[in-house]
Design a protein around this ligand. Structure first.
Ligand code: SAH
Length: 471
């Protein structure tokens, strides 16, 4: 079946995006006392344009403006808004609240008003690296649909579709499987009006009803609907959910061990009127409630913990997904960068492919955190007895077992030299070893590349058996 899918998958896009700028991840140093703010992440080993080279910015030709450091830049709307929350609340806000406002504030959140992806944007994702990524997710989706007994109607839900590239490649790639595409209703869960528009364009949609946010994608003649949350997607229909780089955008609380117990890292405004991190003087309700997450960490894990990051939104989302899959049938695929372990301190800001300070000019940089895969597994299993959880496995294992090697070979049969080079570069970027957006620097122990840094996990209705390629 897999082989058949891979050779029959249609290949009209063929051109992969050019080799994107790359960036590294560095750990933000934890603040140690009540009012210290974190060091900005080191930009060493940072952005890499060519394999193995470190970017250094040549400033020699830059105009050196006169020093206006005493003149502070006016606060943006989002900065004013955050400061007013802190002022009227009468104290600091949680890192989770800060993150949520920065990313999805309806007026000025990072995602809300523009295209943030690709070489011209702030960061690059796998679907933008190569068409093969969306095609392989298409293969996974068709396989699951087969295991579901080829239902006549299936809702395919994508959480946080970005530019819509993954879904466009999935639809293009599976368009020969008429029974499958005829069964599809696409539901895109997207908070950003600007990105919804882009998705509409990239899926080549014609409006059926713009007030109901309903359209038809001419890529496979499938209906497409937009929603702000998963709860809004109609239930009662077999469902396949895809979440690629969605969980890492969900807000995290950060906790730190202290002599007073597990206290919470918060965001405050200092006397200089700048944002700074502070530590709550005693455990907050969130730390008391959320540190329960640690009770199902292994004792060895618990002993080592000094910092912990926990995302209640991720757990709630997973519960909702598991309940749906448990009652309606189907499954979910989650791919993200993260670990099969509790996460300690991973929140990072990225602007224009470089690390930035988390508190600097909020709304102009992406904020993301590593995904805690065991907490997803645990939340899903807690929410429904009818589901089973598989993985995580690395992205390279996942794509490799689904047959990306056959796919790249098939595409290479039918392309020009430039396309071939782009396909090979994209392939290596996705499966690892090659140019990778997560280059950890010289530490040989640390896995590198999207292939190992990104993990794939599936949640499926038990009636579906074990999903490919987790058997
Ligand atoms: N999956 C895409 C984009 C990942 S970026 C890709 O791989 O290229 C995260 C996406 O999730 C963006 O589309 C962003 O607008 C959306 N998003 C982030 N937080 C959201 C939320 N709380 N609700 C709905 N969409 C959200």
């Amino acid at each position: 079946m897999l082989r058949k899918l891979l050779t029959q998958t249609s290949s009209r896009r063929l051109l992969t995006s050019g080799v994107p700028p790359l960036f590294s991840k560095s750990t933000i140093s934890p603040f140690s006392s009540l009012s210290s703010s974190p060091e900005p992440p080191s930009s060493e080993n940072s952005t890499v344009e060519q394999p193995g080279t470190t970017i250094s910015v040549d400033r020699s030709a830059l105009y050196n403006p006169p020093d206006h450091s005493h003149e502070s830049t006016p606060d943006s709307e989002l900065v004013k808004h955050l400061k007013s929350i802190i002022k009227f609340r009468g104290g600091p806000i949680s890192v989770a609240e800060y993150m949520e406002e920065v990313l999805t504030n309806p007026k000025a959140g990072f995602y809300m008003n523009r295209d943030v992806f690709g070489a011209q944007g702030d960061f690059i994702t796998s679907p933008e690296v190569s068409q093969m990524f969306g095609e392989m997710i298409g293969v996974w989706t068709v396989c699951l649909w087969e295991q579901m007994g080829r239902p006549e109607r299936v809702n395919v839900v994508e959480l946080g579709p970005g530019r819509g590239t993954l879904m466009a490649d999935l639809l293009r790639g599976t368009s020969k499987f008429k029974n499958f595409t005829d069964s599809l209703h696409i539901h895109l869960v997207e908070c950003s009006p600007a990105l919804q528009k882009l998705q509409h364009q990239n899926l080549k949609c014609t409006d059926e009803s713009s007030s109901e946010k309903k359209a038809i994608s001419s890529l496979a003649g499938t209906p497409v609907h937009w929603h702000a949350t998963l709860e809004e997607v109609p239930s009662g229909v077999p469902t396949i959910i895809i979440a690629h780089e969605f969980y890492d955008a969900l807000p995290v609380h950060q906790f730190q061990k202290s002599s007073r117990g597990w206290c919470e890292k918060m965001v405050d405004v200092g006397e200089d009127s700048k944002f700074r991190f502070v530590l709550s003087p005693q455990p907050t309700p969130a730390s008391l409630y959320l540190m329960k997450r640690c009770t199902w960490a292994t004792p060895e894990e618990r002993e080592k913990l000094e910092h912990v990051e926990i995302s209640p939104k991720s757990m709630d989302l997973t519960r909702e997904m598991a309940k749906r899959i448990g009652s309606d049938g189907g499954g979910a695929l989650i791919i993200d960068y993260g670990m099969n372990a509790i996460i300690s301190d991973s929140l990072q800001a990225i602007r224009k492919h470089k690390f930035a300070n988390i508190l600097d000019d909020p709304g102009s940089a992406d904020l993301s955190a590593y995904v805690d895969f065991p907490s997803i597994k645990h939340s899903a299993e807690e929410a429904s007895e009818n589901i089973s959880v598989h993985g995580p496995m690395t992205q390279s294992q996942f794509l490799g077992s689904l047959g990306i090697n056959f796919r790249v070979d098939a595409l290479l049969q039918n392309c020009n030299d430039e396309q071939a080079e782009s396909l090979r570069a994209g392939y290596w970027q996705l499966v690892g070893d090659g140019e990778a957006p997560f280059w950890e620097g010289p530490d040989e122990q640390t896995p590198t590349g999207m292939g190992t840094r990104y993990l794939a996990m599936a949640i499926v209705n038990k009636n579906q058996g074990i999903p490919a390629p987790f058997q």
